[in-house]
Design a protein around this ligand. Structure first.
Ligand code: ADP
Ligand code: ZN
Ligand code: ZN
Length: 819
């Protein structure tokens, strides 16, 4: 009798063993997916990790129901990587599995599916498949359990899986995320046009329809048609109409005559079949020197930091390194923070690498992510993957180089849910498993990375001049404390900033205004008694959204209408306090009614399309003033921005976190980097109440080293990273008293083993989320100590806690290397 150990997509410790039914015995191997029953009448897609003959002693095994793959979808190295993540970040393999695979590859009974209205069967469907499609109908969504009931078929997962692969169904999840791809109409020649002769016949046939003929000729020119079957450029209908200067009815006429075909495609999506690429830009002298230094560093070090000022051409250097790795037969993983992965960068890479480039974005449709995963397993895997955090989980077989751009970005750290991994650090571990190299690139390194570089642990390459020697912007500091006292501020703006905005608008130049929202969310407050509305479920004040006249909780999503009067004192004067981007937008509209304004923050960029539209409008000069949170600082390359306003540096500095100075520097330096044009030096107006702060001076002089020197001293003194490692232990419980007891008990047991390294328990800044009370214990471990011993001890103590009858429903989780 054979048994299979599997990972189920649930946060449970350890793996489960199932019996392998006889008919599947030859087919089960590690790395393939299998459908398993779990709990009452529930089915999950699990991953087989081991096949063996040892019957488990503790429980009676159930049987695997079916297997989904002929070949592994999880490669050995990936599995090793999963184990490292689970171990290091103190979570379960199930957590990792859930984060790693796209939804379409891990169906479970609760998964909601919808039918795809555009699906046309290419091959006959089986009876079961047809029944599922009929049951679903056009507009309904059902979870798999419901479908099983309705069709009377037991265990539909394999059937659903086949339908998904054929594109007949989609997973509902992506619709929930309200993903609406931006599509565009394209024109191509009908398949019946096979030869040059066919084409000439068409020319003759159209001789009496000169406009249609003109459109056809223009198409030939635009697509680069030479002979049948050659690679063609894709021709958008819009472009064709413009270039041929014809009305859309002319092109529709050609479609009706079956000469043209119309098709729709998502813009920015991988253009299949275009092998057309352009040669690389030659590197400048400074860039070439940096490139050589990186290659030399890689000879002896696994990781190298490229510290290059904004617009120094880091991306160009990456492109050359990628090219070099591909030539050596290796794959490259190029990581970017989610919001920095824009059309701008994808187009730049696609021009060079064409269809050897795969793009993996969390806001792409799930089906597309499944496709990329499967392609990575095939013979024709991608040479370059450009992706966000989660692309570290993709299958690779020939990984040779990892590039982590904007390595300082804290969004590389996943906060919720587990695994709370740091993609930069995880990528370095992944690279080492392959013997691959890692390049960390940024204009503003994280303190940890810079420390490793100066200590010689990483190679260290600097690029101090901008491409074409464009100057870094001039930064003017404005003391808004003084101006406020003298009543010379207009809303959030100093006279200097207003004047500079006005001048920029007059000269048709663009302006970026940066307002950090963090820790400074707009709230409502009662003028009479000071009452502030709070969330019912969480211990936080609600954020005020003027547009909707709503109050919303950013932790649990709870919303309510703004009350007409204060529930505490009945007063009717409720006023907003603090200012976010929305408020800045209001003031700017009032002050510059003629300007075209856009706002970029979490609320205006829920979808990828919305985000891209704001950027492309700004790029194309359709917007004059862009107001935003840190999102506007993300590596965007604009050409017409002459003025950048940092409205309030203090909100970043006053944030209670040991990284707040580092982050403030990074943010301000990055935002400032958006200013400046080819011909003209940009200007940054930096408004602050603390103009004499050393950090402000360091921003003005772009003196990263000095900032680093100060910060590293503080980190050492106060026992923070990189000298100490932090692990936050979170405990959650519905009852405050139980939580208090549990936290005290756990902290004291931890102290027995770890002594002074344990701090707390404390209340975290938000001490109640979604009706659960929260406490936090901090463990600080010196760099030299064995972290794995600490982890083992933590797990041991956690087991002991859960075994205690009183703490049965206590939730414990960890944040290792918190950000
Ligand atoms: P960074 O990644 O350091 O911010 P980029 O690589 O985006 O810098 O370069 C900034 C701008 O300069 C881009 O528009 C880029 O196309 C251009 N550029 C940089 N280096 C070169 C080069 N060697 N040849 C042509 N253009 C370059
Ligand atoms: Zn009141
Ligand atoms: Zn809430």
């Amino acid at each position: 009798m054979k048994f299979a150990d599997v990972i189920v997509p649930l946060p449970i410790v350890g793996q489960y063993t199932y019996a392998v039914p006889e008919e599947l015995e030859g087919k089960v191997c590690p790395g393939i997916r299998a459908i398993v029953p779990f709990g009452k009448k529930k089915y999950y897609t699990a991953i087989v990790t081991r096949v063996h003959e040892d019957a488990p002693a503790e429980y009676e095994t159930k049987e695997l129901v079916e297997i989904l793959d002929g070949k592994p979808v999880l490669l050995k190295r990936q599995y090793d990587f999963w184990q490292w993540i689970a171990d290091y970040y103190l979570c379960t393999l199930g957590d990792v599995y859930k984060a790693a695979l796209p939804s379409g590859m891990k169906l479970e009974s609760e998964t909601l599916v919808v039918s795809n209205p555009d699906y046309e069967a290419e091959a006959p469907l089986t009876e079961k498949e047809q029944l599922v499609l009929d049951t679903l109908g056009r507009d309904t969504e059902l979870c798999i359990t419901q479908l099983e009931k309705a069709t009377g078929i037991r265990n539909l997962l394999p059937v659903i899986n086949r339908l998904l692969e054929r594109g007949a169904l989609s997973i509902k999840e992506e619709l929930k995320r309200s993903y609406k791809p931006r599509t565009e109409a394209f024109i191509r020649l009908a398949e019946t046009v096979k030869s040059e002769d066919d084409l000439h016949r068409l020319f003759d046939a159209l001789s009496r329809a000169p406009k249609q003929l003109a459109a056809l000729m223009k198409y030939i020119e635009l697509s680069g048609w030479v002979r049948p079957g050659c690679f063609l450029k894709e021709v958008p209908r819009k472009t064709l109409l413009q270039e041929a200067n014809v009305a859309s009815t002319i092109v529709s006429g050609l479609v009706e005559k079956h000469i043209f075909e119309l098709y729709h495609q998502e813009v920015g999506r991988l253009a299949r079949g275009t092998a057309d690429t352009v040669p690389l830009n030659p590197l400048s002298e400074a860039q070439q020197k940096a490139y050589d230094a990186i290659m030399q560093a890689f000879a002896s070090k696994q990781t190298c930091l490229l510290h290059g000022v904004t617009s120094s051409g880091k991306t160009e250097i990456y492109i050359h390194l990628i090219e070099q790795a591909i030539r050596a037969g290796k794959q490259v993983l190029y990581l970017l923070p989610e919001i920095a992965l824009t059309t701008q960068i994808t187009e730049r890479l696609r021009r060079v690498f064409g269809n050897r480039l795969g793009i993996y974005h969390s806001k792409f449709p799930d089906a597309e992510r499944v496709e990329i995963w499967q392609k990575q397993l095939s013979e024709h895997d991608y040479d370059v993957i450009l992706g966000v955090r989660s692309s570290v989980f993709l299958p690779f077989r020939r990984l040779g180089l990892v590039i982590v751009d904007e390595e300082h970005e804290n969004t590389y750290k996943q906060q919720e849910p587990a695994p709370r991994y740091h993609a930069r650090n995880a990528a370095m571990v992944l690279a080492s498993m392959f013997g691959a190299k890692t390049l960390l690139g940024t204009a503003t390194p994280s303190i940890e990375t810079y420390y490793n570089a100066v200590q010689g642990k990483y190679g260290f390459v600097q690029l101090t001049e901008r491409h074409r020697r464009i100057q870094l912007p001039e930064i003017e500091v404005v003391d808004i404390k003084e101006l406020t006292r003298k009543k010379r501020m207009t809303a959030q703006f100093s006279p200097l900033l207003l004047q500079k905005i006005r001048e920029a608008l007059e000269q048709k130049e663009q302006v970026i205004l940066f307002q950090n929202r963090r820790g400074f969310a707009p709230m409502i407050e009662c003028r009479t008694c000071g009452w502030v509305p709070k969330c019912r479920n969480c211990d936080v004040s609600l954020t005020y959204h003027k547009g909707l006249n709503q109050l919303a909780c950013h932790y649990c999503g709870y919303t309510e209408q703004v009350p007409k009067s204060c529930p505490a004192c009945g007063g009717t004067e409720l006023m907003s306090r603090g200012f976010g981007t929305e408020k800045v937008e209001d003031s700017i509209k009032e002050l510059f009614p003629e300007a075209r304004i856009a706002r970029m923050d979490l609320d205006t960029t829920r979808t990828r399309t919305a985000y891209e539209k704001i950027i492309s409008d700004f790029e194309e000069g359709k917007t004059d003033i862009l107001i935003g949170t840190q999102m506007v600082s993300k590596g965007l390359d604009f050409d017409r921005v002459s003025v950048v306003g940092i409205l309030n540096a203090d909100s970043m500095l006053n944030y209670p976190d040991f990284r707040s100075y580092e982050r403030a520097f990074q943010l301000m330096a990055q935002v400032a980097g958006r200013a400046g044009r080819k011909s003209k030096r940009g200007l940054v107006v930096l408004q602050t109440k603390q103009p004499d702060l050393p950090l402000i001076h360091e921003v003005v002089t772009n003196d990263y080293q000095r900032m680093f020197g100060e910060q590293i001293e503080e980190r050492n003194m106060f026992r923070y990273p990189p000298f100490f490692r932090l692990i936050y232990v979170y405990l959650k419980h519905r009852k405050q008293e139980v939580l208090d007891q549990a936290a005290d008990r756990m902290a004291s047991v931890l102290r027995q083993g770890l002594g002074e390294r344990v701090l707390g328990p404390d209340l975290p800044p938000v001490s109640r989320i979604q009706t659960l009370f929260i406490k936090k214990i901090i463990v600080k471990v010196e760099q030299q100590a064995s972290l794995s011993k600490v982890r083992t001890y933590l797990r041991q103590v956690q087991r002991m806690m859960i075994e205690d009858e009183r703490f049965r429903s206590l939730l414990v989780y960890y944040d290792v290397d918190p950000m």
